[in-house]
Design a protein around this ligand. Structure first.
Ligand SMILES: Nc1ncnc2c1ncn2[C@@H]1O[C@H](COP(=O)(O)OP(=O)(O)OP(=O)(O)O)[C@@H](O)[C@H]1O
Ligand SMILES: [Mg+2]
Length: 141
């Protein structure tokens, strides 16, 4: 999937949201500014979340309610493994709803086997400053 600007990534997220079922665990890999939060905002919009979606900072997790409960994690600013123990992240993976995880590489060995991998890249494309490629892959294919 390719997007040329912020709005197209939001739209891509809305489309992805149509197919989400309870129990889905989505991991978003990509550099700073590659569009992880933007795509998550689109997914939340598609899930009819009306709360303001923004990256969780001190709490590591934000919860929203839409068509399904949404658990939005961002491990970018995690300070210690103690935070992880306090959070009980593995319990969220068992809950009804959808987990959307930014910077999943930081907790890679805690990720369940069935997560779906989103890779976001800022690839250079002549004529487009804001080109992104979004690749969706399950671990098993
Ligand atoms: N095609 C695009 N898709 C998504 N965002 C884009 C695109 N083009 C430009 N942008 C801009 O790039 C920035 C992406 O920021 P965003 O917070 O979504 O990235 P992120 O991957 O979550 O970064 P971080 O690792 O810091 O959390 C936004 O300012 C957005 O408007
Ligand atoms: Mg982000």
């Amino acid at each position: 999937m390719e997007t040329h600007n912020h709005a197209e990534t939001i739209l891509a997220g809305q489309t992805i949201a149509l197919k989400i079922e309870s129990g889905a665990i989505f991991c978003f890999f990509g550099d700073l500014g590659s569009g992880k939060t933007t795509l998550i905002k689109g997914i939340c919009r598609g899930l009819h979340v009306t709360d303001w979606v923004t990256s969780p900072t001190f709490t590591l997790i934000n919860e929203y309610q839409g068509r399904l409960p949404v658990f939005h994690f961002d491990f970018c600013r995690m300070n210690s493994l103690m935070d992880l123990a306090d959070l009980g992240v593995e319990e969220y993976f068992e809950r009804d709803g959808v987990c959307l995880i930014e910077w999943p590489e930081i907790i890679e060995n805690l990720l369940p086997k069935n997560f779906i991998r989103f890779s976001l890249n800022m690839t250079f494309q002549s004529g487009y400053d804001n080109f992104r490629t979004i690749t969706i892959k399950r671990p098993d294919f």
